[in-house]
Design a protein around this ligand. Structure first.
Ligand code: IPD
Ligand code: CA
Ligand code: CA
Length: 285
């Protein structure tokens, strides 16, 4: 069978979306079965950056399945890249010419997984010539699968998602994370936290950037920001938000692209106030 256009592409009878859903569901079920039950815990970039054999196994499972269906596609998975921001940027650069690139975080929220805190996901995105065209975020603990296809909207439980309506910081519920990079990203993020906490309705930090992004898409959060993330944390969630009517930029207000590391994502209506507050706190870069 020949490859058709980028949206409804079918190879060997399976669409991109069907393969992504299958991968996320299989990996998610397996991860869930390993909760409280992993064998090997390693430290990556810092003592705050963890990895288990379940992260690696989930990535292997997804990579094999994707490449079985699409052997000519490129694959960028977190566990195939050396830890640290420079190696991440290099890895993304190496695949910048790829026509089709799958971008995978096999467990986003590993610290939660390790502690049994039930807030972690599998995040799978597909980019065509550098633009994300498909995003799937799967939360196995709640059996919630968030999916977006470029130009076709975003869905959870088969229901179309829309971002929330809050148009001011004071009515907004926002989220952030505490990055593993203690030298640059964490202090900058803390500045933003300090400045935003008194201005918004409240702040959450659940420990999974991808799930926070999915919650912005679903209208459960007004916004999310974090300094020092990677392409695999953001790619699927960014499309979910865009296809739900929200806005994704970097913290300086530049439009989202795969290279964005400092993200500001929101329902769009409070985006400028969000960016302004971060800028006023000198917390954007
Ligand atoms: C982490 C999570 C966390 C965020 C960190 C990420 P990981 O990803 O998304 O919420 O604060 O910056 O690195 O390591 O669990 O895949
Ligand atoms: Ca991650
Ligand atoms: Ca991960």
């Amino acid at each position: 069978m020949t490859v058709s256009d980028q949206q409804g592409t079918v190879v060997g009878g399976k669409s991109f979306a069907a393969v992504a859903i299958n991968c996320a569901a299989k990996a998610g079920e397996w991860i869930k079965s390993k909760l409280g039950n992993y064998e090997k815990l390693d430290i990556k970039y810092s003592a705050h950056d963890l990895v288990t054999e379940v992260d690696k196994g989930s990535e292997t499972l997804i990579k094999r399945l994707v490449l079985t269906h699409f052997p000519h596609h490129s694959f960028l998975g977190e566990e195939g890249v050396e830890p640290g921001p420079e190696a991440s940027a290099r890895a993304l650069e190496e695949v910048s010419e790829a026509e089709y690139l799958w971008i995978v975080d096999p467990i986003d929220g590993t610290t939660n997984f390790v502690h049994g805190f039930p807030f972690f996901v599998v995040s799978i995105a597909l980019a065509h010539k550098g633009e994300v065209i498909l995003g799937v975020v799967y939360d196995p603990m709640r059996d919630e699968l968030f999916i977006a296809e470029k130009g076709k909207g975003a869905y959870v439980h088969g229901k179309r998602m829309s971002v929330s309506q809050e148009d001011s910081l004071k009515t907004s519920l926002i989220a952030t994370g505490f990055p593993a990079d203690l030298d640059y990203a964490l202090p900058l993020n803390m500045k933003g936290l300090q400045a935003l906490a008194p201005q918004v309705r409240n702040i959450r930090s659940g420990g999974s950037a991808a799930l926070h992004m999915a919650y912005v898409a679903a209208g459960r959060l007004s916004g999310f920001w974090e300094i020092g993330l990677n392409s695999w944390d953001l790619a699927a969630g960014a499309l979910l938000i865009q296809e739900s009517g929200g806005t994704v930029t970097d913290t300086l207000g530049q439009p989202y692209s795969l290279g964005v590391r400092n993200v500001a994502a929101s329902n769009g209506k409070m985006h400028q106030s969000f960016l302004d507050a971060l800028a006023a706190a000198d917390a954007v870069k």
